[in-house]
Ligand binder design. Structure first.
Ligand SMILES: Cc1cc2nc3c(=O)[nH]c(=O)nc-3n(C[C@H](O)[C@H](O)[C@H](O)COP(=O)(O)O)c2cc1C
Length: 184
């Protein structure tokens, strides 16, 4: 099983990166393969809301804003499962997560059941800081996004500074279970 792990924090050694590393360990332990891509290292701008807001992607399922999105879109389409990790910023996804999620949703949600993500399992992780405020609102918008692209909600995991140790264990186990389920 090919699991694509998307991280969306500028910090290489922060909580988001630790969550991604735990997920990668779980995938490997269960005999799957993973690739981790940090969206902050890519050039992915915001949706242009072209075509009077409707977007040419509504018909073409391809984004006309030419940047790193197109290659990532293809990589996403070809993966079997996903782990999507965002830091919690103001109770929401990070900016790089949002830019990607917005554009992918426009291309794929309009395919409905033919979405390239339809039925594929996804683990969403919201990594917060000291207050832990907004973990749930962040996951709520991730959940809605998962529904729009018709993926399968495998798990939605909030984590913050003080739950870090046991949540990293949970993320590792969730990734392991996800791969094991597909093999069985
Ligand atoms: C702009 C900004 C907004 C943030 N908003 C929240 C928040 O609403 N709730 C929270 O618990 N932490 C918040 N934090 C803290 C981050 O979620 C926390 O530091 C997280 O670990 C960042 O991920 P990283 O370690 O991968 O950088 C915020 C941090 C930044 C930079």
């Amino acid at each position: 099983m090919d699991v694509l792990i998307l991280t969306t924090s500028p910090n290489d050694d922060g909580l988001t990166a630790a969550c991604a590393a735990a997920a990668a360990e779980g995938v490997l332990q269960a005999g799957g393969q993973s690739e981790t891509i940090c969206l902050n290292r890519l050039d992915i701008g915001r949706c242009d809301a072209c075509d009077d807001g409707w977007g040419t992607c509504r018909q073409e399922h391809y984004c006309q804003v030419s940047d790193d999105f197109q290659a990532l879109h293809e990589r996403v389409n070809n993966a079997d499962a996903y782990v999507f990790v965002t830091p919690v910023y103001y109770g929401e996804m990070s900016e790089s997560a949002k830019a990607f999620a917005d554009r992918l949703r426009r291309c794929e949600a309009t395919l409905q059941d033919a979405s390239h993500l339809a039925g594929k399992p996804i683990i969403a992780v919201a990594a917060a800081g000291g207050s832990g405020n907004g973990m749930i609102t962040c996951l709520l918008s991730m959940e809605r996004w998962i529904e729009h692209v018709r993926a399968r909600k495998w798990d939605l995991i909030p984590v913050n500074r003080w739950s870090r140790d046991y949540k990293l264990t949970a993320i590792r186990s969730a990734a392991q279970a996800l791969v094991a389920d597909s093999a069985g």
